[in-house]
Design a protein around this ligand. Structure first.
Ligand code: SF4
Length: 754
């Protein structure tokens, strides 16, 4: 599993010179984010000061991480690029395709049976192209990366929005679509709009029931799901130094929930401790040599308003534990106030499940803090009123936690220990306690709580909290329980209190593991066979997309999505994960979760050709069969959520030419561009209201598609009246070239061949 020390030394060798040069060019002290960005320019030494939020810049990431759901399509695409090996260190992690049901051993066995075709494909394609492979059960991608590969000052991309977790170890780590990863695996630059910078100054110390999770729950409440869009969030201040490395990871992880490009912290003692505890003394020694380059310049943190685009200050001394939700991770409520709110809103007070784990909160420290609460319940003879499920973050954590008696504490409380995998966090949860879609409440330590995310039930009210708060709430069985003030009645009828949690940052006897679950690729993969059956329903080799051209007329409105439309609405997870490697089959979930603005139903739209109503994929297939392009219209932050490029590939596959919205989530917008589609925004947001169900659409000036130049679209309504709408885009020339070639991959292939 060897981290690549030579690569890290190379980064650290060039970093001081590049950072010094950047400081000179920018003309002022630098934040950590700027240091990492300027040290990773594709062209080497900085020569230009970039404008935040405007300039597109080519970067050279140090690493790539792929997870099993997104890796399938990324690797199918990479196979088309005609390269013998990946150009930068890359790993594949099998964590998303393992359903939680009975417990770790039977669940893993079942996953290995039901998904063997996919796991075998990923193992062989990884072996062939020099990619490290973490097999099912090895752990959740972001914990495994934090424990093995993340390093201070590094730049990483990953095909998962929570790649940002590695900011806990001082990286700039960014979630991208598979198509971006393919570019970098193929040895090309990775392009990003130079981000804006949000500084979060942390003062004071966490205490009592307040955890690192509460920092980001609070930040999410302040910034909302859109507030971090296009920005890196950089944490600093005395409070930051007092957080553990994995706690910092938790905070960075949920930066994805505020739409941030990524989040990061400066290198400090907690990171050094973590590197040494995870057997990376060499990395710590190297980092120590250039310590001042791995954190922001002191002037920046003394006067943050002069250097960041926005500054937030949080005093950890007074921060209170929060539970965020339901249905959105930015609805932040301090724990003591949740009961009243829940009663007003009609949210079920009774809590059915408490789930601890996910890449957000499954570290050794997290498990010990939650276990300290669970142990009190056992010791004080309190029976947990909710069911309990635990997903350890990695086999290394699980093995160590078992050795140290931590898992036993949860088992004494009748918890189910699920596989070291995503499980309920991504809808991979066969929940047997519900009969149908009944209204119910769960609490979890994950990051996302969109409707249907955990169990596919739109009526499950999921609340996000720290692992210790989840433990306390699950023990009480009530959403209105406030462990800081309320008492519980134990099995002897006595009133008892839960004391504040106690955690252990790192295992005192060190981490241990028998089989971490890693498979090193062979040196020469040229003889390794990768086969995909033409009759497979889960994997399908790709065909290049045909360019849409510069004359799109007579297109039909497919759906005008109303309200929130996340990547989960566009390409639902849960049972559909099984088709991630088969574009045609997975396209049957396209936009089935989006609410149609006309009639307010999901997966029920008008087919203008027949006048009949049908499901979105079926209607799209009908238009496609008749050679008619379609467009999708959406609201704000369209495509927020995950990095899955399926949310762009499916519409592309089913004939959607353009997605026109009030605003985009960054990754999704890039994904649309990569697939050679049009991602457009209304110049005047209220024009959204002009669009009608029977509209026919003509692009008026697509032949003049150019950077910084708005386009105009004519909407012809059923009564013959017309509206011409001005729309904006963020395509640069290269992205327009992608559009003209039909996709970014088509352009890579063309360039590789020439
Ligand atoms: Fe897995 Fe959930 Fe983390 Fe995504 S957010 S990597 S599904 S644990």
């Amino acid at each position: 599993m060897a981290f690549d020390i030579d690569m890290i030394k190379k980064v650290y060798k060039t970093m001081p010179e590049r950072v010094d040069k950047a400081r000179q060019i920018v003309g002022k002290p630098l934040t950590l984010s700027e240091k990492i960005l300027y040290a990773h320019l594709w062209d080497g030494n900085p020569t230009t000061a970039f404008t935040r939020g405007k300039d597109y810049v080519d970067f050279a990431p140090d690493r790539i991480a792929l997870q099993d759901a997104t890796a399938q399509m990324a690797l199918l695409q990479f196979m088309q690029a005609g390269k013998p090996k990946v150009a930068v260190p890359t790993t594949t992690h099998c964590d998303h395709l393992i359903q939680a049901k009975q417990g770790a051993a039977p669940d893993l066995k079942r996953a290995n049976e039901t998904s063997s075709e996919v796991f075998d494909f990923l193992a062989s394609v990884s072996n062939k192209y020099g990619i490290g492979f973490w097999k099912p059960g090895a752990g959740i991608i972001h914990q495994v990366v934090l424990e093995n590969y993340a390093f201070p000052g590094g730049m990483m991309i990953g095909t998962d929005s929570h790649t940002v977790n590695a900011g806990g170890l001082g990286m700039v780590a960014i979630g991208v679509g598979g198509a971006d990863a393919v570019d970098v695996m193929a040895g090309m630059a990775w392009e990003l709009r130079f981000p804006k910078l949000i500084g979060v100054k942390l003062t004071g110390n966490l205490n009592g029931w307040t955890a690192s999770k509460d920092v980001i729950l609070k930040v999410a409440g302040i910034l909302t799901v859109k507030g971090g869009t296009g920005a890196i969030v950089e944490y600093f201040g005395p409070g930051a130094k007092n957080l553990s490395c994995t706690g910092k990871g938790t905070i960075c992880n949920m930066g994805a929930e505020i739409g941030a490009t990524t989040s990061t912290f400066g290198y400090d003692d907690s990171m050094e401790r973590f590197l040494r505890a995870t057997d990376r003394n060499e990395v710590a020694d190297e980092a120590n040599k250039i310590r001042e380059y791995l954190t922001g310049d002191p002037e920046v943190y003394e006067d943050p308003e002069s250097y960041f685009d926005q500054v937030i200050e949080i005093n950890l001394d007074t921060l209170r534990p929060h539970l965020n939700g339901p249905f959105t991770p930015d609805l932040a409520t301090p724990v003591g106030q949740l009961g009243k709110l829940a009663k007003e809103k009609g949210w079920p007070i009774k809590v059915e499940w408490g789930l601890i784990g996910s890449c957000t909160n499954s570290s050794y420290e997290d498990l010990t803090r939650a276990a300290s609460i669970a142990k009190q319940a056992v010791d004080k003879n309190i029976k947990a009123k909710s069911d309990f499920g635990i997903n350890p973050g990695s086999e290394q954590i699980r093995f160590t936690a078992e050795r140290d008696g931590i898992l036993k504490i949860f088992e004494d409380l009748d918890a189910t220990i699920f596989t070291n995998a995503c499980g309920p966090c991504i809808g991979q949860w066969d929940r047997s306690d519900l009969k149908g879609d009944e209204k119910n409440t769960i609490v979890h330590s994950f990051n996302r709580n969109f409707s249907k995310r955990a169990d596919g039930n739109p009526n499950t009210h999921a609340f996000v909290g720290s692992p210790e708060m989840v433990a306390a709430i699950a023990i009480s069985g009530r959403l209105d329980f406030d462990p800081m003030n309320d008492v519980l009645i134990n099995e002897d009828g006595e009133e008892v209190r839960l004391d504040p949690p106690q955690g252990i940052e790192l295992p005192p006897r060190g981490f241990d593991v028998e089989d971490a679950g890693y498979i090193e690729p062979v040196e020469d993969g040229s003889k390794v066979d990768v086969s995909v059956s033409p009759t497979s329903e889960r994997l399908q080799l790709l065909e290049p997309f045909t360019p849409l051209g510069n004359k799109i007329t007579g297109a039909k409105l497919l759906i005008k999505a109303f309200g929130k439309c996340t990547t989960d609405h566009i390409s639902m997870a849960g049972p559909w994960l099984r088709y991630r490697g088969h574009l045609d089959n997975i396209s049957n979930n396209m936009l089935i979760g989006a609410v149609n603005a006309f009639g307010k139903k999901t997966n029920f739209i008008k087919n203008q050709l027949t006048g009949e109503f049908g499901g979105v994929p079926d209607v799209a297939r009908d238009y496609k069969a008749k050679g008619i392009h379609t467009i999708v219209v959406g609201d704000h932050n369209y495509g927020e959520g995950s990095s899955r490029e399926h949310a762009a590939m499916e519409p592309r596959h089913l004939g959607v030419a353009a997605v026109l919205v009030k605003s985009f989530a960054r990754i999704h917008e890039t994904n649309l561009k990569k697939q050679g589609m049009l991602g457009l925004t209304f110049d005047n947001e209220s024009d959204y209201d002009l669009i009608q169900e029977d509209d026919t659409i003509n692009f008026l000036d697509l032949d003049q598609f150019a950077p910084d130049k708005p386009l105009h679209i004519e909407f012809v309504h059923a009564d013959g009246s017309k509206d011409v709408i001005k729309v904006n885009h963020t395509y640069n020339q290269q992205q327009i070239d992608w559009y003209n070639e039909g996709s970014a991959l088509n352009l890579i292939k063309k360039e590789s061949a020439s």
